[in-house]
Design a protein around this ligand. Structure first.
Ligand SMILES: [Fe+2]
Length: 203
């Protein structure tokens, strides 16, 4: 069965003013749709991928062609990205995730390290907060549409937060100011969603 473009879990303008309606519309309807369609082309061309979940595909990505890597990553990453964002100012870190952030060194340090990784990722890619087996948080970045679920990722772990630092994610509003986008992006983090991902990762 083909993968389907998941709908945005909120309105296109729900993340304004941090992320504009125009950016969200292009990002979801054009970019995420294109990754989905091309992933399906790659899956259709390879009988051994039939019936596999996207997580299973990412877990064997080192043996698969660039078409599946780039678009399978793009498909999963954007679905994740929409889910860990939400309207500004509605949530804050709580529960076990808040404790893990304290253990990391605090929210300000987490944000600073994440923003540094995102700004320093040459070309296109993603910044991530991942949880390791012990529940410790780590801040990492990946190139292109790679992610920490890929079998050959340098830093593997359960993604808790991720920010898209491809120009298509911010250019219409922030132009070339990637650091400005990274700083503002924290306004629209859905900490409840991130907390649930953390709870599942350490369960
Ligand atoms: Fe993107």
């Amino acid at each position: 069965m083909a993968f389907e473009l998941p709908p945005l879990p909120y309105a296109y303008d729900a993340l304004e003013p941090t992320i504009s309606k125009e950016t969200m519309t292009f990002h979801h309807d054009k970019h995420h749709a294109a990754y989905t369609n091309k992933l399906n082309e790659g899956v259709a061309a390879d009988p051994k991928l039939e019936g596999k979940t996207i997580e299973e595909i990412l877990g064997m990505i080192s043996s698969l062609p660039p078409l599946v890597r780039n678009n399978g990553g793009g498909f999963w990453n954007h679905d994740f990205f929409w889910k860990i964002m939400g309207p500004e100012g509605t949530t804050q870190p709580s529960g076990k995730l808040a404790e893990a952030i304290d253990a990391y060194g605090g929210l300000d340090k987490l944000k600073e390290d994440f923003n540094t990784k995102g700004a320093g990722q040459f070309g296109s890619g993603w910044a991530w907060v991942i949880a390791d087996q012990s529940g410790a948080l780590k801040v990492v970045s990946t190139p292109n549409q790679d992610n920490p679920l890929m079998d050959d990722a340098k830093d593997k772990g359960a993604p808790i937060l991720g920010n898209d630092v491809w120009e298509h994610a911010y250019y219409l509003t922030y132009m070339n100011d990637r650091p400005g986008y990274l700083k503002a992006w924290w306004n629209v983090v859905n900490w409840d969603a991130a907390g649930k991902l953390y709870d599942a990762a350490v369960a």
